[in-house]
Design a protein around this ligand. Structure first.
Ligand code: GLN
Ligand code: ZN
Length: 768
């Protein structure tokens, strides 16, 4: 019986990898220093796995940028535009680190550049991977020694190694066909020999287990892809190494039969996300096979209920004996590294939590709970975990009876407004906006001064009134800029917000915050999700004073700016004792009260941002309708407390929206501003089939590029938009908030946007 994890966060407890990468990219340190940081982190993380009592260390989970990108390097799947920069060196054809950075970031420290590869979300997580670009004539060749070097590195440190590699069919599924369109599965025959080569190399190194991840087994797969998995693993059958097929994030459902009968030495399943399915897996597993039960939650930060989980482990052990393995549910890369770094947690809450390092011990402990249930240490650990759980359940501040009472008395009317067709004329009478109103998404450049003022205030070096004074100055400055540009609907610019979720979390009750709870989002970027630990409620108004001040500076309408309930939910770690639906309702009510307070304070347009609206969608289709029901309802609940003449906006970005336009329409916002410019208004094609009923502002320029867009290009996009959206319902705005840009480019870009709008208005007048 073995205890192991599927992978460990590589970023480092103090984000060492982030700082080493950024220093290398900035040319401030050399390659040797970066490689040394990588070696140090791997050595530390392996030592932690060993010290915790795991039977293997996992090797192959480290990446300087991204594990899928590493896999592409391993296979030599490097698109032409990234080769020939002199970074793919020598006859060994080893893919160099700078080539990976070129693919990920579009540039290298030495000045090479090329359009970066596309990045997208890893299943239903907040981690982004680099999408492999494959062509119809794609060739593969083993092109990186890193995996083997790391295996040797771990062995030299005296560890017993299990290697990990993304599986061939998931790799193809996650890739994109470039150039001529073709069936990506046609590349499988060319890819499998590389896997055979890797397996042989690992076996030569004395590695006995290779974990092959096929996370797509948790998706609803087309038949051809199911068949491809079957044929791939039949062909990978080997006596040279033991293959552990790993699945995670959702139930196997109709892939269960397939997954259990593949000719591999072991199967890993995610017990935290698949209810009782483990029992069915037990019934279907072949006699010789190992079953790795992913019992410790790799997607959340709560300390495990070891007593309950050890029951599952014992039941499985009765059937399997030593063929049972205990594991984390998935790679731990989705949780923060170490609770030891948390010095300022709310009193009494530390014992409720477990980060990656703590989860290593939980995995090891579950194994001991099966093998030595009577050991004093085991009994003590199980009891301590149960007591912590009980303590969390009993903690008074987590429970707010007023919140549950309010939810119990909600009626469908609370999430209804009168039809858009009736609201719209009332809003127009009140707002008196020109045709094609111009606006922005909310934030303006977060300058060094703004960040310094916020940091000084947080650290206690700046008093509350000085801070407010400084923020008001920033607001006044951005209002002046917007008036000068001639924008129609203004924003206050969000100088007081560090992050659109953390800002509200800190003002709401029910949240916990970490100091160092960083999770890698992509490359060197990390996020620090707040923890929703109890009932969410709003002790007092959160944004009204800033909004009121901003409105006092202008006669034009000032948009109130809030983050929506679904986005706050998606970007937080969630409590595990109530449903996501309930949490969403609680946040929605808090936001609803803020919306109503803004209205009372004289704000007549309120934007409720929902960039993460699509992200919360479950992987399995069977669970999706229920998600849409409660997610749409939560948004409507937050938005429907206002009078008919108050205009509600929402904003969405960087997601696939074409497949959920009906649900977006069901949110019934008066206006949606939505990202489109990056894909040259690809979104608009959906309006050929679906008539979006309310007003919409498809972003006319990509704020992620430092290039100043030209009025001509924007006018062209607007005329394309006008073919599908009537002028009375079309707004003009950038793709997203402007906080990452500098003022000069923002002013220049918005001036072009206003001029494009004026040109379009003139054309519309001529036509009329
Ligand atoms: N209002 C936010 C901003 O402008 C929206 C951010 C987002 O869409 N992610 O920054
Ligand atoms: Zn956005």
């Amino acid at each position: 019986m073995q205890a192991h994890i599927l992978g460990f966060p590589r970023i480092g407890a103090a984000r060492e990898l982030k700082f080493a990468l950024e220093s290398y990219w900035a040319g401030k340190s050399d390659r040797a220093a970066l490689e040394q940081t990588g070696r140090d982190l791997r050595a530390r993380h392996w030592a932690q796995q060993q010290a915790a009592g795991l039977d293997f260390v996992t090797v192959g989970d480290f990446a300087f940028y991204d594990q899928v990108l590493n896999t592409s390097a391993l296979f030599g799947a490097i698109p032409a535009r990234f080769r020939d920069h002199g970074h793919t060196v020598g006859t060994s054809k080893e893919v160099d680190l700078d080539t990976l950075f070129l693919m990920a970031r579009g540039r290298t420290p030495c000045g090479c550049d090329a359009p970066a590869a596309e990045m997208t979300k890893w299943f239903d997580t907040n981690y982004h991977y680099l999408v492999p670009e494959l062509t119809v004539d794609q060739a593969f060749a083993l092109s990186s020694q890193r995996l083997f070097d790391e295996v040797r590195e771990a062995q030299a440190l005296g560890h017993s190694v299990k290697a990990v590699l993304l599986g061939p069919v998931s790799y193809l599924w996650l890739s994109k066909a470039y150039g001529e369109d073709f069936d990506r599965l046609s590349l499988l025959d060319r890819l499998l020999p590389i896997y055979v080569e890797i397996i042989n190399r690992l076996a030569d190194l004395g590695v006995s287990w290779l974990q092959i991840d096929e996370p797509i087994l948790s998706l609803d797969l087309p038949l051809a892809w199911q068949a491809a998995i079957e044929s791939a693993f039949n062909r990978l059958q080997t006596r040279r190494i033991n293959l552990l097929l790993a699945t995670y994030f959702a139930p196997l459902a109709d892939n269960l039969w397939l997954a259990t009968r593949l000719p591999v030495a072991g199967l890993h399943i995610d017990v935290t996300r698949s209810g009782d399915e483990w029992r069915q897996v037990l019934d279907n597993l072949s006699e010789y096979k190992v079953l790795s039960l992913g019992l410790i939650d790799a997607r959340n930060i709560w300390r495990a209920d070891l007593a309950r989980l050890s029951e599952i482990a014992r039941t499985a052990h009765d059937r399997l004996g030593d063929r049972l393995w205990i594991a984390s549910s998935a790679s731990l890369q989705h949780v923060p590294v170490d609770l030891a770094g948390e010095t300022e947690l709310a009193p009494g809450t530390r014992q409720w939590l477990a980060f990656a390092v703590q989860k290593l011990s939980e995995v090891a402990l579950l194994k001991r709970a099966v093998l030595e249930p009577q050991a004093a240490e085991v009994i003590a650990a199980l009891n301590a975990a149960s007591e912590a759980l009980q303590d969390r359940a009993d903690t008074a501040w987590r429970v707010n009876p007023a919140v549950s009472q309010r939810i119990a008395t909600l009626t469908p009317q609370d999430a209804e407004r009168v039809p858009f067709a009736l609201r719209a004329p009332l809003q127009q009478r009140k707002l008196n906006l020109p045709l094609l109103p111009t606006t922005t998404i909310g934030s303006f450049p977060q300058t060094a001064e703004i960040r310094h003022a916020r940091a000084a205030y947080k650290a206690g070096h700046l008093g509350a009134s000085e801070y407010a004074h400084a923020m008001r100055a920033f607001i006044a400055e951005s209002v002046q800029v917007q008036e000068d540009l001639g924008l129609d609907v203004l924003v206050h610019g969000e100088p007081e917000r560090n992050d659109m979720v953390e800002y509200f979390g800190e003002l709401l009750d029910g949240f916990l915050f970490t100091r160092n709870g960083w999770v890698q989002s992509y490359g060197s970027r990390c996020v620090k999700p707040p923890i929703i630990a109890g009932d969410v409620s709003r002790p007092e108004a959160m944004t009204v004073a800033w909004a009121k001040f901003a409105q006092s500076l202008t006669k034009r309408p000032m948009k109130g700016m809030l983050t929506g309930p679904v986005t706050i939910l998606c970007w937080s770690f969630l409590r595990d004792d109530v449903s996501r639906e309930t949490i969403a309702q609680q946040i929605a009510l808090a936001i609803r009260d803020e919306v109503c307070d803004l209205e009372k304070a004289g704000i007549s347009i309120i934007q409720i941002d929902e960039p993460a609206f699509r992200e919360g969608l479950p992987l399995r289709k069977s669970a999706q309708a229920d998600y849409w029901r409660w997610a749409v309802n939560a948004f409507r609940l937050s938005a429907s407390g206002v009078r008919d003449e108050t205009q509600i906006h929402t904003h969405m970005c960087y997601s696939e929206f074409n497949d959920c336009i009906a649900q977006i329409a069901a949110m019934d916002a008066d206006v949606i501003t939505i990202e489109t410019a990056r894909s040259a208004m690809e979104l608009l094609t959906v309006f050929n089939e679906f008539e979006y009923p309310n007003a919409i502002g498809p972003g006319v320029y990509d704020i992620h590029s430092p290039r100043v867009p030209q009025a001509d290009a924007m006018a062209h996009l607007l005329s394309e938009a006008l073919k599908r959206i009537p002028a009375e319902r079309l707004w003009v705005n950038p793709d997203c908030g402007l906080k990452t840009r500098g003022w000069p480019e923002v002013k220049a870009a918005l001036a072009e946007m206003v001029s494009a709008t004026q040109r379009m208005r003139a054309e519309l007048l001529v036509e009329a």
